[in-house]
Design a protein around this ligand. Structure first.
Ligand code: ADP
Ligand code: ZN
Length: 344
């Protein structure tokens, strides 16, 4: 087990067999503890864990649709009904849907109660659980409502990944490759996704980035690489396309855009394209250049009504653009990238 302090105040434990050590129990202390998991995780891990740490168990529906205002309200009402006070500890056990949603609830319930995250998907371990962002979705787009709220601790137990379905591995893998593109080219040299060393590198990269820019004033935007197009594609597919598939496609297209605008070499681009070969890389059928651009209107990086992109100038390095780490791209500049995709 490795213990890493994430500034200012989160302890991250990463390793194996973590849910059976007493470390977690120590965090619960004398607090009333509510464990929250989706219905699939309930039987896999939550019932056992709740018994072990003397927690009360609440469940939420499974899947992205659960990350809604409705689930959030139900959960909060449930906490009121149970008479939970400010000294209640909430523990989120599950994928990014659960950690984002429960993180949000913990940050607003009575203006904030203590929170612990136990991510159980690769995506949540390398991405969602780190950095203190919480979120729920709205019909206008994903993650458009949220807070920044640090958990007391994160327990990333890689043993929980043993039961993770194959397609969920790909979701996390897309974020790991993204980290390799924007920050740490050594990720690029590691092979195979079921590799603890690779996972740890991605986690360390994410920590380093969020510590440098906790409130997203600039540098942290690089994490958004692949997501300007990725989120738009997800929205156009009406969230039928998994996040990782959309991000993989987004990374390839935003790398293409980086090349088209003269920042990235053709050689690097070809290598990037090859590295995403385990993903389908197909646009949804109903995707046109017009609706793709329209869907980007809700991107949180936008400023003065302009769509802004994170771009890279080599594998492992995002461009600073005077500390903004993104630059406006017009619909016209995007044309070549879209045409390339349509023809490939
Ligand atoms: P993410 O947002 O991290 O991709 P979700 O929270 O949507 O993931 O979870 C994806 C699905 O995988 C859910 O149905 C969830 O119940 C299931 N799941 C999460 N972690 C595990 C695990 N360790 N083993 C098996 N299934 C899991
Ligand atoms: Zn993502």
């Amino acid at each position: 087990m490795l213990k890493i302090l994430i500034r200012p105040s989160t302890e991250l434990y990463i390793g194996r067999n973590l849910l059976t050590t007493d470390r977690l129990l120590e965090f619960c202390g004398k607090l009333r503890t509510i464990l929250i998991a989706d219905v699939a995780i309930k039987d896999l891990y939550a019932v056992d864990l709740a018994r072990k740490i003397h927690a009360e168990l609440l469940t939420i529906p499974t899947g992205e649709k659960a990350k809604s205002r409705e689930t959030e309200q139900n959960l909060i009402d449930e906490l009121f009904k149970m008479g939970c006070g400010r000294d209640t500890l909430l523990i989120a056990l599950g994928g990014g849907v659960t950690t984002d949603l429960v993180g949000f609830v913990a940050s607003v319930y009575m203006r904030g109660v203590p929170l612990i995250l136990i991510p159980t998907t690769l995506l949540a371990i390398v991405d969602a659980a780190i950095g203190g962002k919480t979120a729920i979705d709205t019909p206008y787009g994903k993650n458009l409502i949220g807070t920044i709220y640090s958990p007391k601790a994160i327990f990333a137990d890689l043993d929980t990944l043993r039961t993770l379905p194959e397609k969920e591995w790909l979701n996390g893998f897309a974020e790991i490759l993204k980290m390799g593109l924007i920050y740490d080219s050594s990720i690029w040299q590691k092979k195979g996704v079921k590799n603890d060393e690779l996972i740890l590198k991605a986690v360390q990269g994410k920590i380093a980035i969020v510590e440098q820019d906790p409130t997203e004033l600039g540098f942290r935007r690089i994490l958004n690489f692949g997501h300007t197009i990725g989120h738009a594609i997800e929205a156009i597919s009406q969230y039928e396309m998994p996040h990782g598939e959309a991000v993989a496609l987004g990374c390839v297209l935003e790398a293409h855009l980086s090349m088209h605008l003269g920042y990235l070499s053709e050689r690097d681009f070809e290598q990037i394209l090859g590295s995403f070969s385990s993903f389908p890389l197909r646009l949804p059928k109903n995707c046109t250049r017009q609706n793709l651009f329209n869907a980007m209107v809700y991107d949180k990086k936008n400023a003065s009504g302009k769509v802004r992109f994170v771009l890279i100038d080599r594998i492992g390095h995002a461009i600073s653009f005077e500390g903004q780490y993104c630059r406006p791209v017009s619909e016209k500049e995007l044309k070549a990238t879209f045409e390339w995709m349509k023809n490939n």
